[in-house]
Write a protein that binds this ligand. Structure first.
Ligand code: ADP
Ligand code: ZN
Length: 525
């Protein structure tokens, strides 16, 4: 380790030692090498480029998509005496030229740059002049997974970042991300031309987080039970998919006596900033938010992260749950997911723009998330395996603590699938889960009578299972790809693979639906 780097760490940032792989990364980049850094959120990625930028001659140029955070980052750096500035679309022309003047005068240690600026000839010419003058210490490409075309954070502007290497091959580059599967990692390397970069992969394990995933039945009651039983008075984040459910959930928590605030992109910027500031400053607040909330939030004592809707990918789930327990103390990651989530997300993918490859990719992401939800093995093992890391059963997640039972659901699957197939073949009709379950349970509601579905041979052949169990069967058959969602109403159809089940060539193992924890009353409707 160079003493210059340690000096900067101590004198400028006030830290006595590097953490984890920071020292090796800093060393490598100070020496002029390219680096790919995979470090979980909160691991300390910033110092990996800030320290080398200060040690090396010239300005460190940081490309970041987090425009909203640039002012804060720059303020924090200036507070410790680092000469920092940023260029993005929120500035007036006068502000921009002031920063450019400092940059050209060699008076900036760090410059934060929005990726879209690098597409403009004027920005490239500006950097040419810096390279010819006081020099560029390094390029840092933050949130590098944004270059992955099928990832959930894809930014088209990131595809242009290969220009950095092509135009200024001698300036070292460091690409950083907290979110990268093997495939994303390869895409980062290819698209950013980082073939010769050294890879620094940190562990993704968050041993102080307990992972729990349970079927969604009465989500609000389930959430209240969790907070009251285990997180009374704790700070937490509750993620919802829509703005409407954010508002509804926040109001319901407040009505139940739990201090909660809403956060979503539809709120006035002032309200958003105020709510965020309160969440960071005050103890024991619950932030109910869409995924718009959290990038770059550094609150160490978030004790729980709850998802009331299914995340679209394991990457998203990991990043969001990773906001719990940054202080290393025990924390909970809790997710409630149900049949409606699966139907809704499959429908959204069906109806999404983009070509078949794009939809397939979204589908693959969802499948991995569903596999994590339905797994009978350790959640942590499955989660870390997704990020390419081997591990042992953790003894701390729900599946370790209460190993789920599985049962041979072949006959149940056959009953359900044959109902679907009969309706399709004999009547050319398709329905959602609710109606299919009505038929299997032999109910004679309006729709059953009107459609003469009580004349079907499968009417009433499923009374050995409850409503909840049948909905669990539907959900798991969807997760296993034996059922598919079709059209804008989300009706169900049997996939070709279902034929093997109906023909008796394939058995179907299902996870037993756990008993409801806490909350009042039965889950049956
Ligand atoms: P990331 O970008 O990986 O999410 P940050 O760079 O924001 O993480 O760092 C997370 C927190 O850890 C920050 O508060 C930072 O000051 C702190 N930190 C990082 N490295 C060190 C270190 N070597 N010693 C002490 N604190 C550190
Ligand atoms: Zn486990």
């Amino acid at each position: 380790m160079t003493t210059a780097a340690l000096d900067v760490l101590e004198r400028t940032f006030g830290y006595p030692a590097f953490r984890g792989q920071q020292a090796a990364i800093v060393d490598h980049v100070v020496g002029g090498g390219d680096a790919l850094v995979l470090m979980p959120t909160g691991g300390g990625k910033s110092l990996c480029y800030q320290v080398p930028a200060l040690v090396r001659a010239g300005t460190g140029v940081v490309v970041s998509p987090l425009i909203a955070l640039m002012q804060d980052q720059v303020d924090a750096l200036r507070a410790v005496g680092v000469r920092a500035g940023f260029l993005n679309s929120t500035q007036t022309p006068a502000e921009r030229s002031a920063v450019e003047r400092d940059l050209l005068a060699g008076e900036l240690d760090l410059l934060y740059l929005a990726p879209e600026r690098l597409g403009t000839p004027s920005a490239l010419e500006l950097l040419d002049r810096v390279v010819a003058g006081s020099g560029i210490a390094l390029f840092a490409i933050d949130e590098a997974h944004c270059v992955a075309q099928w990832g959930h954070d894809f930014r088209p502007d990131y595809l242009r970042l290969s220009v950095l290497h092509e135009r200024w091959p001698r300036v070292p580059r460091i690409a950083l991300t907290a979110t990268a599967t093997e495939a994303t990692r390869r895409e980062i390397v290819t698209r950013l031309e980082l073939g010769d970069a050294a890879s620094f992969v940190s562990s993704f394990d968050r041993p102080n987080i307990t992972y729990r995933i349970e079927p969604k039945q009465q989500p609000l009651q389930q959430l209240l039970a969790l907070i009251r039983a285990e997180h009374d008075g704790d700070a937490g984040i509750v993620y919802c998919l829509s703005r409407a459910s954010v508002e509804k959930t926040a109001a319901a928590l407040v009505a139940a006596g739990i201090p909660a605030l809403p956060y979503h992109a539809g709120l006035d910027a002032g309200v958003r900033a105020a709510n965020q500031a309160r969440f960071l400053r005050e103890d024991g607040l619950v932030m109910v938010a869409t995924i718009a909330f959290g990038m770059g939030i550094d609150k160490p004592d978030v004790r729980f992260v709850a998802h009331l809707d299914l995340p679209k990918s394991v990457e998203g789930y990991y990043q969001e749950t990773g906001r719990a327990g940054r202080d290393g103390l025990p924390s909970t990651a809790w997710l409630a997911y149900g049949l409606a989530d699966v139907v809704q997300q499959r429908r959204m993918i069906e109806g999404s723009d983009g070509d078949l490859a794009h939809r397939r990719n979204l589908s693959a992401h969802l499948d991995a998330m569903l596999a994590l939800c339905e797994t009978v093995q350790c959640r942590r093992v499955q989660l870390l395996a997704y990020f390419g890391q081997d591990s042992q059963a953790c003894g701390n997640c729900d599946t370790c603590l209460t190993p789920p039972q599985s049962w041979d659901g072949t006959v149940a699957a056959q009953k359900l699938l044959s109902t679907v197939v009969r309706l399709e073949r004999e009547r050319n009709q398709r329905f959602g889960a609710g109606h299919l379950v009505d038929i299997l349970l032999g109910r004679s509601g309006d729709r059953v009578v009107k459609g003469r579905h009580d004349e079907l041979s499968t009417w009433g052949i499923g009374t050995e299972h409850s409503d909840v169990e049948w909905r669990g069967v539907v959900r798991q058959l969807l997760a296993q790809g034996l059922l598919a969602v079709q059209g804008e109403y989300g009706v169900l159809t049997a996939t070709p693979a279902a034929g093997e089940v109906l023909g008796g060539q394939r058995t179907v193992m299902l996870r037993t639906e756990p008993e409801r924890r806490g909350g009042a009353g039965g889950a049956r409707r």
